[in-house]
Design a protein around this ligand. Structure first.
Ligand code: COA
Length: 248
């Protein structure tokens, strides 16, 4: 288990708490591996009836740890990214309900993870940002398929191609998030929502999730995006962007 993700279980709810606030909760490969393991185990554990993602500090997460990306780009080996791919597929395939408590800005995976969350409680001051192109990268996490469906093609372009942030109120109004609340209430409301999910008969819940999500289309989109994303990671555009970030 990664020390930067705190995993706990209470009243049928498994909580995954990003706990790397000094790096704005940037998600390392070890953190992806720990979360993928926990989600995989939860799918087969009858005692777990719902999942909550949350985070410590003032941000939900600043996205993938750019040091890991820079390392993969310079080594030319994408094998190190296997746990990121595993996490995306496990999360996207979850039959148990997933709730996200977004207490601050969500960048990159901090935004795309929400596309696979069934309930998103978001703080009034939070913003969601997908800065892929500015980093020389392209959309991930099925955002190219799911984001336009949720918020419309034009707004999805502004987010995915121009990196324009989406404020919390707009996220709720456009259907990207479920409920706006104050930052200090985000965790409590997310846990309440998860406990409510946990009380629903599980088989009925799982079938409902299956009906609501076209898993095959989602899986295919994740893999298509990854095909380009991995090429982009090693590109001169991306390498220059990573170097610029670390030489600020
Ligand atoms: N990967 C690696 N390290 C990161 C990081 C990331 N995604 N986001 C933040 N950090 C680190 C910073 O390098 C800094 O480390 P240091 O204290 O050792 O120098 C620390 O976290 C604090 O970040 P800082 O940039 O000083 O905080 P800020 O409040 O000024 O800015 C952000 C916050 C999120 C706007 C800014 O850190 C940022 O743009 N991060 C990159 C976001 C990104 O592009 N993510 C990838 C998406 S695919």
């Amino acid at each position: 288990m990664s020390p930067d993700v705190i995993i706990s279980q209470n009243e049928g709810v498994l909580e995954l708490r990003l706990d790397r606030p000094f790096k704005k909760n940037a998600v390392t490969i070890a953190m992806y591996a720990a979360m993928a393991d926990a989600l995989q185990a939860a799918e087969h554990d009858d005692a777990v009836r719902a999942i909550v993602f949350t985070a410590d500090g003032d941000m939900f997460t600043s996205g993938n740890d750019l040091a890991d990306f820079a390392q993969a780009a310079s080594s030319g080996s994408m094998a190190a990214l296997a746990d990121i791919v595993r996490f995306l597929h496990v999360l996207a395939g979850m039959e148990k309900p997933v709730v996200a408590a977004v207490g601050g800005d969500g960048v990159g995976i901090g935004a795309t993870l929400l596309l696979h969350s069934d309930i998103v409680i978001i703080a009034e001051n939070a913003k969601l940002v997908t800065p892929f192109t500015g980093l020389g990268l392209t959309p991930e996490g099925c955002s190219s398929l799911l984001l336009p469906k949720l918020i419309g093609d034009k707004r999805a372009f502004m987010m995915l191609a121009l990196g324009e942030p989406l404020g919390a109120k707009d996220a709720v109004d456009f259907g990207f998030a479920t409920k706006l609340t104050s930052a200090d209430q985000v965790d409590a409301e997310a846990r309440d929502a998860a406990r409510r999910c946990a009380k629903v008969p599980p088989e009925a819940m799982h079938i409902t999730k299956r009906l609501l999500r076209d898993k095959e289309a989602i899986r295919k989109a994740i893999d298509t995006e990854l095909h380009y994303f991995q090429q982009r990671l090693a590109s001169p555009e991306a390498r220059a962007a990573f170097a610029a970030f670390f030489s600020r």
